[in-house]
Design a protein around this ligand. Structure first.
Ligand SMILES: [Ca+2]
Ligand SMILES: [Ca+2]
Ligand SMILES: [Ca+2]
Length: 148
């Protein structure tokens, strides 16, 4: 398992988030069962709700059931890297929260997350697109984020 490629991937902060979400019992390791369960929730056969739940957990770093302004900033920073400076990114985060936050508590609940994600998915299907590390891919991901 320990090929250089996997090690390289493990350095990616976003991959670290995925690993943290997959690690259900939080022992720092992905067991085979945890791996299979993670794959199952992302497979074509799983419901949209399961996929959204997985994505939500990526953003919900402290696992309190809400995506805070700071958490959204942290995860988006992992995604966009240096394509946006912190001020631009903070504006994007603020705008996203304002749009998604229906009960005005300043955080995004799972319900609120589902609503914005589903409407974003409807306007622009994400299926079949894989995140790539070049600037162009990042820009198109940004475009999608800006439409939330
Ligand atoms: Ca584990
Ligand atoms: Ca949280
Ligand atoms: Ca809210």
């Amino acid at each position: 398992m320990k090929t250089p490629k996997i090690l390289e991937l493990a350095q990616n902060p976003l991959v670290k988030r995925v690993i943290a979400v997959l690690d259900k019992n939080k022992d720092g390791n992905i067991s085979f069962l945890e791996f299979v369960q993670g794959l199952a929730s992302l497979s074509a056969g799983s419901s949209q709700d399961e996929k959204l739940r997985f994505a939500f957990q990526i953003y919900d770093i402290n696992n309190d059931g809400f995506i805070s302004n700071g958490e959204l900033f942290t995860v988006l920073k992992m995604m966009v890297g240096n394509n946006l400076n912190d001020v631009q990114l903070q504006q994007l985060v603020d705008r996203t929260i304002i749009k998604a936050d229906e009960d005005l508590d300043g955080k995004i609940s799972f319900d609120e997350f589902c609503k914005v994600s589903v409407s974003a998915l409807r306007s622009k299907p994400l299926d079949g697109q894989r995140p790539r590390c070049n600037r162009k891919a990042n820009n198109s991901m940004l475009t999608q984020l800006l439409q939330i």
